[in-house]
Design a protein around this ligand. Structure first.
Ligand code: SF4
Length: 113
C-alpha cells in the first residue's frame, strides 16, 4: 500500500511484508475512497478491499503497521479508516504504543482481526 503523507511512520517500520501483500495484484482504488464517496458505494468498496485483505498472508503485519502509524486513509490489514479511528480513540497519545506489535494489542479489545 502506498505510504500516506499524514502517517506517523514508526522508526522501526520495515516494509518487507508489503512484498507479499495480496493487494499487489489489486487495483489501488479499491483500498482508498474517492473524495465524497458515501453510502452504499463506500460500503461495497470497503467490503471488496477487506475481502482481498482476508486472504492476505501479511494481514496482521499490515494492520499492526497501519495502527501504529495512524494511517489516516484507506483499508489496511482489513481495517477501514473508521475501524482504526475507533482504536485510536481508545488510547491517549501518551499511552499509544509505537513499538512493533503495539498496534495489534491496541486493536485486540475493539476489533476482531
Ligand atoms: S492486508 Fe490488505 S492492505 Fe495489507 S498488504 Fe494485505 S491485502 Fe494489502
Amino acid at each position: 500500500m502506498p505510504q500516506q503523507p499524514l502517517a506517523q511512520v514508526p522508526l522501526d517500520a520495515t516494509w518487507d511484508w508489503q512484498e507479499h501483500g495480496a493487494c499487489r495484484e489489486a487495483d489501488t482504488a479499491l483500498f482508498f475512497h474517492p473524495q465524497n464517496e458515501r453510502g452504499l458505494s463506500r460500503v461495497r468498496r470497503d467490503r471488496a478491499a477487506k475481502s482481498v485483505c482476508a486472504r492476505c498472508d501479511v494481514r496482521l503485519d499490515c494492520a499492526d503497521y497501519a495502527i501504529r502509524a495512524r494511517e489516516p486513509y484507506g483499508v489496511w490489514g482489513g481495517l477501514t479508516e473508521e475501524e482504526r479511528e475507533r482504536i485510536y480513540t481508545r488510547s491517549t497519545l501518551s499511552e499509544y504504543g509505537r513499538e512493533k506489535g503495539a498496534g495489534l494489542r491496541a486493536a485486540a479489545d475493539s476489533t476482531p482481526l
